[in-house]
Design a protein around this ligand. Structure first.
Ligand SMILES: Nc1ncnc2c1ncn2[C@@H]1O[C@H](COP(=O)(O)OP(=O)(O)O)[C@@H](O)[C@H]1O
Ligand SMILES: [Mg+2]
Length: 386
């Protein structure tokens, strides 16, 4: 995920020092032009250990935090050194879904009704009165632990199964299509924005299956509500400079915030956004982090239509995978990469990490993109024995 940032920085003539996990450094060849600060694991505090070592050894011109667990360490360093960044306020809130719910209402951000409870047992009555509800951990990602509860029996069961997790969010379930919004922000001002249309698995687990970049709301009233939601979130965050990624559903009463993060979106969205608008989003983020001007590099209109698609299959052992070469040869397919194949065991799809791989598509129009996605879905055959 960091590679395109390193490439962009090196193209700009910037010397890169990177905080990286020991496991990743052990797994592959390191970049000889990068100085590494290894950290033992992916915990927020471990990143901070690496970052403080790096910034005390030599003061950097910019600090860029791109993954969820980097956000706090990055913002602490940016604040301390007076460097551009989202703000410590935004970083802390980005890292905690409960702080979003508790803090955003006062800024007028539409959110689901919620209860923050010390444990799920204390939320039993609230849940029972508002079914269906969504149970959600405060600081995880990739839909991990996010679960829809529909019936009183399910509510009883989840209280037994997850009552020991401690502090937890319970929210009213919002029905309606889901979108994300990616924006480049400089000193609180939005320089670039994009809407992505999402497809997730059916409840109860909401695993993301595809993203279509460059969505446009044709209803002007809805478009205005989305603008109000996104600017409300930026204000509530006290967002200063960097990349913002927020998710919302459009329910019966309009758009409702799911969550916001001041980091690079996952699922190859940054690459797909770049392909759609014909610019290097990673380089723009590096420039913002260094306080360099973006000038006229910021596009407003799509030049193509990209999407990412995540193949899935039933739980079991994969016996055969067909169609990969045919898909790779399709002119609108940029890349197909599967990380599972024959002999691999696949569990029930409950979080993003269990998906089989990804396909990146880029077409000349939304219609051609649909054709390409349909081609991929039809031709990719994954056989599984339960
Ligand atoms: N209150 C809700 N109503 C409906 N769907 C929800 C709700 N909260 C979360 N979801 C679904 O679950 C997904 C994951 O939840 P999210 O808060 O984004 O956590 P994560 O950090 O795991 O992505 C969302 O993208 C959305 O599809
Ligand atoms: Mg999310």
């Amino acid at each position: 995920m960091g590679r395109p940032y390193v490439d962009a920085a090196q193209r700009l003539g910037v010397r890169v020092r990177a905080v990286e996990s020991e496991a990743l450094l052990a797994a592959g060849p390191a970049d000889p032009d990068v100085t590494y600060y290894p950290v033992p694991n992916g915990l927020d505090e471990s990143w901070q250990q690496g970052v403080t070592r790096a910034i005390t050894e030599r003061t950097p011109d910019g600090v860029l935090a791109f993954a969820e667990a980097h956000v706090l360490a990055g913002a602490l360093a940016q604040e301390r050194l007076g460097l551009p960044g989202p703000s410590l306020h935004a970083a802390v809130i980005s890292r905690n879904k409960a702080l979003q719910r508790t803090g955003f209402g006062a800024y007028g951000v539409p959110q689901p009704g919620f209860l923050l409870a010390p444990d799920l047992g204390s939320a039993r009555e609230w849940m029972a009165e508002r079914l269906p509800v969504v149970v959600k951990p405060l600081t995880l990602g990739g839909s991990e632990g996010v679960e829809l509860v529909t019936t009183p029996a399910e509510a009883d069961e989840i209280v037994v199964r997850r009552g020991g997790e401690g502090k937890i969010l319970v929210e009213e379930a919002v029905q309606g299509p889901e979108y994300s919004w990616e924006a480049l922000v400089h000193e609180g001002e939005v320089l670039f924005r994009n809407v992505t249309e999402k497809e997730t698995t059916a409840p109860p687990f909401f695993v993301e299956l595809s993203h279509r970049i460059g969505h446009r709301f044709t209803d002007p009233a809805l478009a205005a509500q989305v603008d109000a939601l996104t600017s409300g979130v930026l204000r509530a965050l006290n967002m200063r400079t960097g990349l913002v990624h927020l998710e919302f559903r459009v329910g019966v009463d309009g758009p409702v915030l799911m969550e916001v993060a001041v980091r690079t979106p996952g699922d190859f969205l940054a690459e797909a956004v770049g392909l759609t608008y014909g610019f290097d989003l990673h380089e723009a983020v590096v420039r913002l982090a260094l306080g360099l001007p973006l000038g006229d590099r910021v596009p407003t209109e799509p030049v193509a239509y990209a999407a990412t698609y995540f193949p899935t299959c039933a739980a079991g052992t994969i016996t055969a995978v067909d169609g990969v070469q045919e898909i790779a040869a399709h002119p609108d397919v940029v890349r197909i990469r599967l990380r599972k194949g024959p002999g691999d065991v696949v569990g029930r799809l409950t979080s993003s990490s269990q998906r089989l791989g990804h396909v990146l598509v880029r077409a000349g129009s939304p219609e051609e993109r649909e054709d390409a996605l349909k081609f991929v879905a039809d031709r990719l055959r994954i056989e599984v024995t339960p």
